[in-house]
Design a protein around this ligand. Sequence first.
Ligand code: HEM
Length: 403
Amino acid sequence: MTAAMVHVFRRSRHVPVYRSNIYSRSAILDPYPHYRAMRALGPVVWLARHRLYALPRYAECKATLRDDDTYLSGDGVAANALTNRLARGTTLNSDGAEHERRRRLVAHRLMPRALRGLGDAVDEQAHRIVDTAVRRGTVDAVTDVATALPLAVVPDLVGWPHDQRDHLLGWGAATFDMLGTANRQALTAVPATLQMLRFARRVVRERTVLPDSMAHELLSAADDGVIDLDEVPALLIDYIAPSLDTTISAISSAIHLFAAHPEQWELLRADPALLPNAINEVVRFESPLRAFTRKVGRNCTVAGAGIPAGARVLAVYASANRDEHEWKDPWLFDIRRDAGRHVGFGNGAHACAGQGLARLETAAVLRALLDRVERIETVGEPIWAVNNIIRRLEHAPVRLIAG
Ligand code: HEM
């Protein structure tokens, strides 16, 4: 760990302390016992290893995300100082009017209305992917099903050139690793993250973006003097970096969960109108993003605990989504519950700009499976990826049994 990566804050008195490393390999692979222990300690918990105030419960986590005057993103949302410096210039890392300005530039392209034209093409791709998988019978839900659709759809939409697409998955995962604490995972990810940034700068310099894409719109905005050309690389990364692993996580977790809970697949087959809520339940149950930080802009209290200006709070989306104070039997996967209020896509001003697209892709794959597959069976141990921020399966062998 380098000195540059460490945040230095002291704990307020009266805040319970959690001493475990929640970014250790074992905690990454099995985070839920840690989250449960943190929630049991209280609504605000000092993470001694990471020098952060964690908000593991739903109410405080959501309230913090909604109060973007006090809890700031402009100094970064990572759990380490180096990434927070490197990530300047993105929509994710901005506040107030600046955030609104950046978000207005291209986020409208991902609103459900704007995506309507894409629906048929995405459905067609999803059916092709699922047809091939069903013909094979036994497949890896991650590599054979979940990965193909986001890779086929998102880089074109964003306008990323065809060159270097093989790197996108690795670069995206590295970007997320760097948003965690300053551990070996994060350090190992530095070169790939810098490579991605360098490539984004080259794409802008050489104007190799795809026509009519989000990137093209950003370049036109720069040509018209609405934004600086220097701003474009970070804004490109804003959209490409979080667009793949997150959605791959949701699609593969959905398949894995329906294999593990065949009665839930039966319910969905009997009533496909449950599909949008089923996607919410997947994102609640296995939240693809674990947690991001906010810098505290002024002295404040959360649930009676004083937190000094300059400290960092950790909004633990994945823990909030399993909070027993909010959810009945949160450890049960049930597509009939009212899952829509989860914070898996964040909340407030920075709520996920790409959630419409993520839902569209996940729904397309599940609809294609509903059309063809009567039963999904687990046929081997699932393996979880090791990443500081993203919770996703690396491999999930399943058998797709056609109807
Ligand atoms: C299941 C899939 C996804 C999940 C679970 C997810 C989750 C999230 C979360 C939790 C945030 C809030 C960050 C914060 O509070 O600081 C966020 C923000 C964001 N996401 Fe997603 N995301 C997903 C897919 C996508 C996709 C497909 C894209 C782009 C194509 C995308 C683009 C963004 C952007 C640009 C932001 C920043 C918004 C802002 O700061 O105003 N996401 N996402």
